[in-house]
Design a protein around this ligand. Structure first.
Ligand code: GDG
Length: 455
């Protein structure tokens, strides 16, 4: 069996302090594959330093290799090109997209350093799997270093429509670099179609049978391969003691009110101000039901070095303060807004306690919170998922109440409908979604991608 080499911006291999149970789906799936075949997971350590040699560590049968980046690298590659150029553009936010030559230069420089450092550790039969927008040109740079192995690339975020992508200086060079891969994977058919549209309209590419795309004599396979969660483990966790305790704690503090829950990294793509506005509309439209619900929004801060992330945080603090000020009573606040992260088992219990999972990103490659919410529900009395039609997950979870996250009315109506939904309908919708989350879990995703890569 070939070894697997995983390369991503951040490494999620087990550490001394944290083993399997606390990890998210991606880490579970890739670590399981790495442990089977003695693979290595490469990436940035998350620290800054001038020495960018690799540091190896092995825990739980998985080897990780991380390197530091200089402050300039972090500014230009991570906070710059990755998170101020590609992230907003690929989430359809042209107005937030910043174009700086230094960012593009830093992005290519850091990818080149990764390629040079990793190259000596790739053995002849290794399969190489590169992840996400931080590392798009890495495969091409590895080829320049003489790597002839099979290399796959998976994009976790949306692929934007051609008319947006052409706003990126050097867009063609970036996409051309993707033809160094053998397989490129996207979360949904929609993102795959957008990629194929670009390749056929901007590069004279030709689509063939069997998911092939050919440009200038080079043929690759481009597939839709939706990521899932570690469903079985998550269901077990939601039934375990830690989750039960969190569920009970939530139910006690709810004193009979229905919990609406949102869990998101604090990111403008997640549509949090729009969600608060939709919830406020519900409070306005249904004054008699106001004190029967509360919204718990968990939003651990992320990327706070980037101004647009500081702006969204300030905006949300202001909005939640204003809404609470306007509607709260002596024994009730409408929004509990929490800026910190919780253990995964605690989240599972909170999901289970919630009558409604409110997942309303403005644009999302997939959205795993929606799948976790479904997995955590009690089969006998499940809650209702309200899901943005602009999340990749909507293609699979079409039994959710699908909403336009920009429309406060749409969100308000969906909350009303969810609260009134009879149990039989809740169970029927939940069962269909649970079947999907079970069948297309993260192990399915990994196998499907690697099967195509090895084919
Ligand atoms: C990218 C794409 C795609 C959140 N708060 C806490 C916590 N989380 C966990 C959730 C979930 C994960 O973080 C977030 O995953 P999402 O999929 O919702 O979103 P992104 O971070 O933007 O991920 C996305 C994903 O990659 C995978 O391909 O689905 O579209 O944008 O697992 O549970 N986890 C813990 N405490 C928290 O407070 N432990």
């Amino acid at each position: 069996m070939s070894r697997l080499i995983v390369i991503s911006n951040r490494v999620q291999a087990p550490t001394e302090n944290e083993t399997g149970g606390a990890q998210g789906g991606l880490a579970v799936a890739l670590n399981a594959a790495l442990a089977e075949g003695e693979g290595i997971w490469f990436g940035w350590s998350g620290d800054t330093g001038e020495d960018n040699s690799l540091r190896f560590a092995t825990y739980g049968g998985v080897t990780s290799a991380v390197m530091d980046l200089s402050e300039q690298d972090v500014d230009e590659y991570y906070n710059g090109y990755a998170n101020r150029t590609l992230w907003p553009l690929f989430h359809f936010r042209l107005g937030l997209t910043e174009f700086e030559r230094d960012f593009a230069g830093g992005y290519e420089r850091v990818n080149r350093v990764f390629a040079e450092r990793i190259r000596p550790h790739i053995a002849e039969d290794d399969l190489v799997w590169v992840h996400d927008y931080h590392m798009i040109p890495l495969g091409w740079l590895l080829r320049q270093q003489g790597v002839t192995n099979r290399i796959g690339f998976f994009l976790h975020i949306p692929w934007p429509p051609t008319r947006l992508l052409v706003a990126l200086p050097d867009h063609r060079r970036l996409v051309e670099s993707m033809f160094a891969y053998d397989v490129v994977g996207f979360q949904t058919e929609e993102w795959l179609e957008s990629f194929c549209h670009y390749v056929t309209h901007e590069m004279g590419g030709v689509l063939g049978d069997d998911d092939t795309v050919t440009v200038g004599g080079r043929t690759i396979r481009a597939i839709a391969c939706p990521i899932g969660i570690e469903t079985k483990d998550f269901v077990e966790m939601a039934n375990g003691p830690e989750a039960r305790a969190a569920q009970m704690r939530q139910l006690e503090s709810a004193v009979g009110r229905s919990l609406i829950v949102g869990v998101d990294r604090l990111d403008y793509s997640k549509g949090l101000p729009e969600r608060f506005a939709g919830y406020e509309r519900f409070l306005q439209n249904y004054p008699d039901r106001q004190a029967l619900v509360y919204l718990l929004q968990i939003a651990p801060p992320s990327r706070s070095a980037v101004q647009s992330y500081r702006d969204i945080r300030a905006n949300l603090e202001q909005m939640s303060g204003r809404i609470n000020g306007a509607y709260a009573d002596t024994d009730w606040v409408p929004i509990r807004y929490v800026n910190r992260g919780y253990p995964r088992a605690t989240l599972a219990g909170i999901y289970r306690a919630a009558r409604i999972g409110l997942v309303t990103p403005l644009r999302d490659g997939m959205n795993l919170v929606a799948k976790e919410y479904v997995a955590a529900q009690s089969p006998h009395d499940p809650g209702v998922l309200i899901l943005s039609r602009f999340a990749g997950a909507a293609a699979q979870l079409d039994q959710a109440l699908l909403v336009n996250p920009y429309s406060a009315e749409d969100v308000s109506d969906a909350i009303d409908k969810a609260l009134r939904m009879p149990k039989a309908e809740r169970i029927e919708r939940w069962q269909a979604m649970f079947d999907n989350v079970t069948a297309e879990d993260v192990i399915w995703w990994r196998r499907r991608f690697l099967d195509v890569l090895t084919a």
